[in-house]
Ligand binder design. Structure first.
Ligand SMILES: [Zn+2]
Length: 547
């Protein structure tokens, strides 16, 4: 208690990192011997710096870079590159594994094999995922996973948030949550990641995290988490059902089976608020800017995988890393075993999204019902299954639906918005000649009360009505068509009342004193009268501005 007061006082004074970091690494919560006895090491060989005998520290940035450089020196066929730099100037390495040792993304795409992405350490205080990525790289470069590279190509980003990892904090150096920024792309770390994602479009993405073992669970329910692993696929309601079917039908059984075979327990990912009296437990939310959902909206099979590590320092670290490695191996084996079916289904989902004419789900609510969570007694380690009210992110009831437009006109200072859309594989077009069209505008029902970028579920305060609008558009005005594979991202970004939208977060500004949003919905008849050209932006696909 005294220690946490001290940390609080230092935080309040702004003295932070060094001391807070040491305390974090030493763990805020110490599991009892009886609990720890239930989580022994997993007997698999793992080559990773922090798992060397006698270690009491997580892997540093320098150690990670040295580990990867040594691997590259031994195995020249692997590609070791840089996505870019973090806010504090740290490198964000990526590794690309193909059987042929290809470095050119277009050549990798031309192989026609599924491309699997593995991302670690979006949250800097969740180290097991990052460590597992290093062990995974060794297995792909020169170990047991190398033979799968005749069926799949693999991209690994061991440390997406290196500043957070160095400070052992969840957020980036700017104190933003990287894992809420995948539609907005306001951070250099998310922009760097997406710059490569659009070059190597994923068939599958695994986003490796850790969850809180005790803190809030102990406070609210008197128990601690039992699971070794929690998982959830993309649950945003506009993710193509073909992708969800693959996630639930092919990869979930593969993951659960692999964990079970190693004596590891798994459950659906869930979280709960910091408010002590709020007993609601929610699955990972449906905000589109969460990586899991954004990648799903890009048409990839997308999983969040978490291990029991937040708040417990290095306790059980080998088992946590092994849990992630077992998952990665299962995903690679499942993808390789069904490579053609997987890739065909992802291609079909992307085409299906581009051709979809169904109404947009702009806002929705989620069902809440009782669920028994696998929990433990914190002292004895005995099973203490605990019933809680559980908000199920898969059980969606739309509350606001709108006809799907043919596209959106963006007026005003929309250049940054266009660049961000392009980094999510969205083609942005410009009018080649002026046009006069009838469109639909959005009128906000009130001033935007609060910007909540960290929310996991649709609780944002932006509400808008539609109103007919005659537009006289100059040549060069931006137009974002919906007949493209990333249409779900377009709608999530541009419908103002979609949670985390460009308007709701202030990425696109509303003219001062006004209520009219500088985004206009264009129907198919009006869209046919537009003469368009592609705006050449990094990441944008080249084929959506015809006609
Ligand atoms: Zn996390």
């Amino acid at each position: 208690m005294r220690r946490s007061l001290l940390v609080f006082a230092l935080l309040a004074l702004g003295v932070v990192p060094a001391l807070a970091q040491e305390i974090d690494r030493a763990a805020e919560y110490r599991q009892s011997a009886a609990v720890l006895a239930r989580y022994p090491d997993v007997p698999i060989a793992l080559d990773a710096p922090a798992l060397k005998p006698g270690r009491s520290e997580f892997t540093s940035q320098a150690e990670m870079e040295a580990f990867l450089a040594a691997l590259k020196a031994r195995v020249s066929a692997l590609v070791l590159g840089s996505l870019g730099r973090s806010q504090q100037g740290r490198d964000i390495p990526y590794l690309l594994f193909t059987q042929e040792g290809l470095a050119d993304p277009a050549a990798v795409v031309a192989l026609g094999r599924p491309i699997l992405w593995f991302i670690g350490l979006q949250h800097g205080n969740e180290p097991a995922g990052g460590e597992a990525m290093l062990a995974l790289c060794a297995m792909l470069a020169e170990g047991e996973l190398k033979p799968f590279l005749d069926k799949v190509s693999v991209v690994v980003v061991p440390r997406a948030n290196p500043d957070g990892a160095a400070a052992f904090t969840r957020a980036t150096a700017s104190r933003a949550d990287l894992n809420r920024d995948h539609i907005l792309l306001t951070l250099p770390e998310s922009a760097a990641l997406h710059g490569k994602l659009v070059e190597l479009p994923p068939d599958v993405v695994i986003d490796a995290h850790e969850f809180s073992v005790a803190n809030r669970w102990l406070q609210k329910f008197g128990v601690i988490e039992a699971s070794d692993a929690m998982f959830l696929y993309a649950t945003h309601p506009m993710v193509h059902p073909g992708v969800t079917a693959l996630a639930d039908g092919l990869f979930r059984p593969a993951l659960e089976g692999a964990w079970q075979a190693h004596g590891l327990k798994s459950f659906w990912y869930h979280t709960t608020s910091y408010r002590p009296n709020d007993k609601l437990v929610s699955m990972g939310g449906n905000a589109p800017g969460i990586a899991r959902n954004t990648f799903g909206l890009m048409g990839a099979v997308s999983f969040l995988i978490e291990t029991r590590g937040v708040g417990v320092g290095m306790q059980g670290f080998e088992r946590r890393v092994a849990t992630h490695v077992v998952a990665a191996k299962a995903v690679i084996a499942a993808a390789a075993g069904e490579a053609a079916r997987l890739h065909d289904a992802v291609v079909a989902a992307r085409r299906g999204t581009a051709a979809d004419r169904a109404a947009l789900v702009v806002a929705h609510r989620l069902a809440v019902g009782p669920v028994e969570l696998p929990m433990l007694d914190p002292k004895s380690g005995a099973d203490r299954p605990t019933e809680v009210p559980f908000r199920d992110s898969r059980a969606v009831t739309p509350t606001t639906q709108r006809a799907r437009p043919a596209g959106y006109v963006l007026l005003g200072e929309a250049g940054a918005a266009a660049r961000r859309l392009a980094l999510n594989a969205v083609a942005v077009c410009a009018l080649a000649v002026p046009a006069a069209i009838e469109a639909e505008g959005f009128v906000l029902k009130g001033a935007i009360k609060a910007v909540n970028r960290e929310s996991i579920n649709p609780d944002q305060s932006v509400e808008a009505d539609l109103a007919a609008k005659a537009l006289a558009l100059p040549a060069g005005a931006l137009y974002v068509p919906m007949n493209q594979p990333a249409a779900g991202i377009v709608a999530a970004a541009l419908e103002p009342d979609s949670p985390g939208s460009f308007i709701g977060t202030g990425i696109l500004a509303i003219p001062p004193g006004g209520r009219e949003v500088p985004i206009y919905r264009v129907d198919a008849a009006a869209a046919r009268t537009l003469r368009l050209r592609l705006v050449p932006l990094p990441g944008a696909p080249a084929d959506a501005c015809g006609g």
